[in-house]
Write a protein that binds this ligand. Structure first.
Ligand code: B12
Length: 458
């Protein structure tokens, strides 16, 4: 995927600083190659952008390498990980500052203060550091991205888009794979809903902020004209929430004859209706994934607080089939308070709806979410539970253990029900092979490995 944060930071920093971007992951660089890059460029400040907590080892390795090569440089880590685990990160002496939440309005001033060695930096909002005695200081911040006045458009000028597109050609993931040049794009930030497991509200608050339709169109035109993009992946938390805006964007695709295709990573089912689905199809939509989470109304309402009426789902699936839009669905099992009967209802619902592909995830307590608080208060987590335990990553292992189920049962259920429901006949299986970009032999091997590893792929 494109490094969205780096594209936004480029747009912010370009006017005032000389800088460079290193994406060791997409360029598949060795540590030595990263070291040479740092040595050659020799920056005063190294900014580390950290998204999901999953990659915490890589983020800290970046800090370690920076200090090893350039002992005098200042290291700053920003993004989701430092926003949710600020204090823990500063135990690492290779990280001088952490930066909490959005950067649009604060970053330039913050970096200038570092360069000036300004004493007032100690009071700068939304940062963390160690004081002279080594105590960790976290300065709180009241604002969220929804409070900033104008959005910053990503600046693509410093990345080589082809490197990112090439990786997507071979992806097995039906949501990311593509045979043509693809761009991932974010057109809004945040989500106004309050699902118990989601980290978005911790990061973006409870409001949603939409980039104006014209701004989004400008970015898409640039992607088409300058970079030859043929397909888009929308990765917004809540893409369809503003109906007027999404109608305007999609109608422009049609009016300007972009000839684009597009997918949406996950959309709220209650934002869809027949008219919108028809417009989506006409504007090039080939696939959506909806997040259903549970087939039990009790779980949706009383446990995870998701405002979804399950009755609307079969109609959406049928309409997608009629329009030939591939439809995937996300489910989550293993919430505190969920019963065995609820789990059975979820699998039954997933089966009867006949999605093109149903995913089953195990409820994972992300830092600073209500799910984590509930699991902790009810003593449902292992004694040695840690967000930085490598076993935690991959989201295929259970950590929440209740009187109703063990984590092992969830793992077994997850992988075998995935196999049973998705590959129940040849027609479905063939379609999934096509969606996953696999031959039937490769798909069968993937299924076998999934069953054998109880769904743990990494
Ligand atoms: C797009 C996205 C993805 C993309 C990633 C694309 C990419 N570029 O790598 C994909 C779909 C691949 C993805 C995958 C996953 N994701 Co994701 N994803 C998101 C999403 C929707 C938006 C992130 C984003 O790009 N935002 C736009 C950019 C501009 O914002 P930003 O990164 O926050 O950056 C801003 C600031 O943080 C700051 N900043 C960022 N970096 C830096 C650095 C410095 C130095 C400074 C000063 C500031 C700064 O400035 C930026 C501008 O304000 C978020 C939800 C959200 N609302 O944040 C979830 C989210 C980050 N994902 C999450 C998760 C859990 C995952 C997965 C683990 C899911 C899974 N089960 O597999 C995987 C992990 C990847 C893997 N192992 O394959 C969680 C993370 C929770 C956590 N506490 O770790 C989130 C918050 C979703 C959620 N609702 O809970 N994800």
């Amino acid at each position: 995927m494109y490094p969205h944060a780096a594209l936004i930071l480029t747009a912010i920093l370009k006017a005032d600083f000389e800088f460079n971007i290193l994406d060791a992951n997409v360029e598949n660089l060795t540590e030595d190659q990263c070291i040479s890059f740092l040595k050659d460029f020799s920056p005063d400040i190294v900014l580390i952008s950290a998204l999901s907590v999953e990659y915490y080892q890589q983020y800290h390795l970046a800090g370690f390498l920076a200090k090893k090569v350039l002992p005098c440089c200042i290291t700053v880590m920003g993004g989701v990980y430092p926003t949710v685990l600020s204090r823990e990160i500063l135990k690492d002496i290779n990280i001088d500052y952490i930066f909490i939440r959005h950067a649009e309005e604060r970053l330039t001033e913050f970096l200038n203060m570092i360069l000036r060695k300004d004493e007032k930096l100690q009071n700068f909002p939304g940062i963390g550091f160690r004081d002279k005695s080594g105590n960790v200081i976290i300065n709180p911040i009241k604002t969220y991205i929804s409070d900033i006045k104008s959005q910053v458009k990503p600046d693509y000028s410093m990345i080589d888009i082809n490197t990112y597109s090439n990786l997507q050609y071979n992806s097995k993931d039906y949501q990311y794979n593509t045979k043509v040049q693809m761009a991932s794009i974010i057109t809004s930030y945040g989500c106004p809903y309050n699902c118990i497991f989601c980290a978005t509200r911790t990061i973006n608050g409870r409001k949603i902020v939409f980039r104006p339709a014209e701004d989004v169109i400008e970015e898409i035109e640039l992607l088409i004209k300058q970079y030859g993009i043929k397909t888009l992946l929308f990765v917004d938390d809540c893409l369809l929430a503003d109906k007027k805006r999404i109608y305007s964007i999609l109608q422009t695709f049609i009016d300007r004859n972009y000839q684009l295709t597009w997918k949406a990573l996950t959309v709220c089912a209650w934002h869809l209706d027949n008219e919108l689905l028809e417009l989506m199809k006409k504007s090039g939509c080939t696939q959506i994934t909806i997040s259903v989470e549970s087939g039990s109304t009790r779980v949706l309402k009383d446990i995870i607080r998701k405002p979804l009426n399950l009755d609307i789902i079969p109609g959406i699936v049928n309409k997608c089939k009629e329009l030939e839009i591939d439809i995937g669905a996300n489910f989550v099992i293993g919430f505190p308070g969920e019963t065995w009967e609820d789990l059975r209802e979820t699998f039954k619902f997933a089966e009867t709806c006949n999605f093109d592909l149903a995913h089953f995830h195990i409820a994972t307590p992300l830092p600073d979410t209500d799910l984590y608080k509930v699991a902790k208060e009810k003593n449902l987590l292992p004694e040695d539970f840690s967000f930085t335990d490598p076993n935690y990553f991959g989201f295929g292992r259970g950590f929440i253990k209740t009187d109703e189920f063990t984590t092992f049962e969830l793992m077994v259920l997850r992988s075998f029900e995935w196999d049973r429901i998705n590959f129940s006949n040849e027609e479905k299986t063939k379609k999934i092979a096509r969606m996953m970009n696999l031959t039937m032999e490769e798909l069968n091997l993937h299924r076998k490995n999934t069953r054998a590893n109880c769904g743990i792929h990494f």
